[in-house]
Write a protein that binds this ligand. Sequence first.
Ligand SMILES: C[S@@+](CC[C@H](N)C(=O)[O-])C[C@H]1O[C@@H](n2cnc3c(N)ncnc32)[C@H](O)[C@@H]1O
Length: 234
Amino acid sequence: MSIPPTATQAFDAHAEAYDRNLEPILAVKDMLHQLLRCQFSGLPDGARILVAGAGTGAEARFLAPIFPRWQFTLVDPAAAMLAVARRHALAEGFADRCEFHVGLVASLAADSFDAATSVLVSHFLTDVDDRQAYFAEIARRLKSGGRLFNADLCADLEDPSFASVMDLWLTLAALPDDRKLSFRAVFGKQVAAHGPAEVEAIIARAGFSAPAQCFQAALIRGWVADRHAVVLAT
Ligand SMILES: C[S@@+](CC[C@H](N)C(=O)[O-])C[C@H]1O[C@@H](n2cnc3c(N)ncnc32)[C@H](O)[C@@H]1O
């Protein structure tokens, strides 16, 4: 599986500014985190959580204080992003419950997690097979019935609503005008423009139950699913 090297390089280069740059969409991320908490609320006391594309650690930072015995494995190919995540975890007192893995999920040792998160990650995989392989690698590391919470930028370029939803997103994200133009240019090229039905089919084919869409705010959608007893081949 390949991810565009530019995506990792861009996250590495802007790691220190990442949290600040996301401030305009914090309310959206807060809501995603609330849904994540609900999706994971039945997990056992010592649950082990795979945080795929952990970035600066937002999902672990939200869950760790609420579930003080859970363990987190944060995976991300951008070393500088994980360095920020580690710093946050140390400052917030939960670093001893974290493992930090610089690399892809596929390079993580076989394991048996209770649940996995993937928030704003898989849309960087513009090739359908790569995107499916990414979810299959997550599925392989989950227990049977293990829970998945996934959120991504998602839109079907052919959908008549696309233009107005894109405009809403660019306003919500408060991008400067030059970055609005470049975001429009990369959407569908460096950011996948698989529509919601296609994303759901990709996740299901990777070894999960039919994903239930639980959230939408402009271009961001969220889904919940559970790992099948048997993970299908990719
Ligand atoms: C937009 S950030 C999201 C970070 C965090 N989940 C959040 O919501 O704040 C996307 C992250 O995914 C990582 N990433 C990109 N492609 C990936 C892949 N194939 N596997 C795992 N992580 C990936 C990037 O390095 C980046 O840190």
